[in-house]
Design a protein around this ligand. Sequence first.
Ligand code: SAM
Ligand code: SF4
Ligand code: F3S
Length: 460
Amino acid sequence: MNKRDMKIDNRDSINPDGKRFRYHVSTFGCQMNDRDSEILAGMLERMGYEKTGEMNDSDIILLNTCCVRETAENKVWGRIGELKALKSQNPDLIIGVCGCMPQQPEVGEKIRRRAPHVDIIFGTHNMHQLPKLIDRVRAERKTVVDIWENEVDIVENLPSKRVAGVKASVTIMYGCNNFCTYCIVPFVRGRERSRNFPDIIREVGQLAGEGYKEVMLLGQNVNSYGKELKPPSDFADLLLALDKIDGLARIRYMTSHPRDFTDKLIEVIAESKKVCEQFHLPVQAGGNNVLKRMNRGYTKERYLELAAKIRAKIPWAGITTDLIVGFPGETDEDFAETLDLIQTVRFDAAFTFVYNKRSGTPAAEMPDQIPDEVKKSRIQKLIAVQNSISQEKNLAEVGRTHEVLVEGVNKGEPTLLEGRTRTNKMVLLRGEKDLIGQIVYVNIIESGTWHLDGELVARC
Ligand code: SAM
Ligand code: SF4
Ligand code: F3S
């Protein structure tokens, strides 16, 4: 794979009031988008812009968008609508819409038609071109739509403005080859491309040097990491190498596809010091008919076997999942199998979704789309069953001692600190702010559905 680096000049970044241009980036969607937004912010800062938390104080506003479900797109349309008033107050304001939503066929044009106050529309494959697009809109003074149909080689060494804190995200691969029949992601993110091994090791080493304690390795399917590299590489070997980096305390990753989760990977996670015992393994559905039509590549039995293997090797492992209800043709019996699966695996937590038709995906054309009221009643039932499992699992933690990385002050209750166990359970505790960034031992004294309450026992 060719690696291309990009240089960005510090441009003329002073506005007519003699102040530095200010930028605001709003991010919708998944952690990959959060990471992309750090790079968009990095490029803007390299150009001389400074960050502002206020949209009405900005010279450029970027919306980095998501289209995984209609609700995500509706939020973006709502925000685009809100920006119209700001643009009429400040005609020099540059508004950009980028990322997954305009990458869908015809959506870029739809944004141009429906929202003429948007100045730049670009997709997922040419984010690195942001500085050029800004120059173009300034020079041409008309909407620039630049959406590349195909993915390009990974562009390394783009500047990045990371959120300060204890944790950092590192994208290890882009795109997805799986084409689950309900999912738009492969269409908007292109084919799988892995970053070179040394580039990832270097980046994680730098982050550890800067004081970050935890890294989250990102990809739509991290366990296909390295397959197309020359020579091929694999995710387990990457974890082994990252485990040796001094100063780093924890490694997490998301998302891993159950079909590709190898015994070697379970072994490496069990043996490693830093890779957390957290397994996010989206199952999506419990019935084999639905799994087959979703093109997930495993059966309910294979999934149960995988969960059992993980628990046999690491009995305290946290296992979480994603679930979809109301996939086309899902019968009451199929849904009962999903309930049965969650009761068998007893997930620590689950992200639950109602199936949403995405134009251009095979499932959108499937017969027997499920009526909204049936979807609604199934999701309510699913959430109720999973919540009671999560509560029971959290209750079982009371009295246990956990290693917790303290991440910061709790937003809802600022007298409390918050952190996570290795198994990714949120823990609230009392303590001085100097604990932030430290690994501590915490005794769990109470539990809820989403978090645990703990008492500091000792610093590591
Ligand atoms: N790559 C990850 C994987 O395979 O598990 C997930 C990526 S996707 C951004 C996150 C979750 O959104 C999926 O696991 C799935 O549960 C859900 N999802 C994707 N497409 C959906 C759709 N059309 N309707 C409802 N939920 C959907
Ligand atoms: Fe979507 Fe499936 Fe790829 Fe995940 S693995 S991003 S659900 S197509
Ligand atoms: Fe959404 Fe794109 Fe992520 S569609 S979930 S932001 S990859």
